[in-house]
Design a protein around this ligand. Sequence first.
Ligand code: PHE
Length: 366
Amino acid sequence: MTDITSQTEAALAAIAAATSLDALEAERLEALGKKGWVSLALKTLGGMSPEERTAAAPAIQSARAAIADALEAKKAALEAAALEEQLARETIDLTLPAVAAPKGSVHPVSQVMDELAEIFADLGFAVATGPEIEDDWHNFTALNMDETHPARAMHDTFYFPDKSADGKDILLRTHTSPVQIRSMLEQGAPIRIIAPGRVYRSDSDATHTPMFHQVEGLVIDKDIHLGHLKWTLETFFKAFFEREDIVLRLRPSYFPFTEPSVEVDVGYSTEGGRRVVGGHGDAPGHAWMEIGGSGMVNARVLEFAGLEPGEWQGFAFGLGIDRIAMLKYGMNDLRAFFDGDPRWLAHYGFSPFDQPTLSAGVGAKA
Ligand code: PHE
């Protein structure tokens, strides 16, 4: 009996003194383990007479309970201390700069769209958007291409099998020009917007992909003429290519939604197999490259969009974003734009920290 009492006191003292979970476990095995002294003492009860057992059992049972309680309490205390210690050790200073190399990058098309928005914002243009799933009224009819117009066939349109609730054909927009119509109907005049976005045509080779990007420009006001158009495009391209020697050539053309219509060419030279924008296209070693269509908004389009052609007029243009991105950043295969190859993106992509701004330069390099 005194034996059990002193052994229990010794065990409780050892448990209280344990400084680690391992030391505590050793104490548990020592007393309550299969071969621990409490377990062995409990086993002796089996060989006792009922009277002896009644006398001996309570002391052993209470020794076991006291040791088990002490073990549990000490275990909780040690675990709490370990957690405190771990929390103190594993602090993270969130104000430190990231040490890992940045992984994501901004696609050149997104970069160029940001550059466009920045430059045109400086010229007083807002950014407008429209749906990529369009109806044939906005994509064609209101742009002066009725059902029988031959230009409709030239657009290689992706049509949806079903019509809209109001009976219109539904399609993937073939150009950003329907945003002209939506903007005029929604906000009336005057207007100064650009509308960058995806467009779709059933066409695919090294220079054509079924999805590509355009930016539409639209200015509606009073006394607007072709001179405003040429100045606006020239000012834009000078800022975009960051050089003063940009020469544009406006070549007579035809679009159903502009009258007169002009195609816009830019002078360039070839250096080391790479096209470099700049200079007069007729100068030695230079040539002209088409970069978009434009013209004065056709009076019929103004009428479709609810504007009075006697009062308002304006110009519109459409540029291929992928094309000008390739020119500016020296890529030669359009298809690589949409392959999603991380090596291509690592090479041609831009840091998300490099926001184009007019003050820091719109052509911030990756
Ligand atoms: N929407 C025309 C195209 O995709 C380009 C354009 C836009 C022409 C605006 C004139 C005015 O080819």
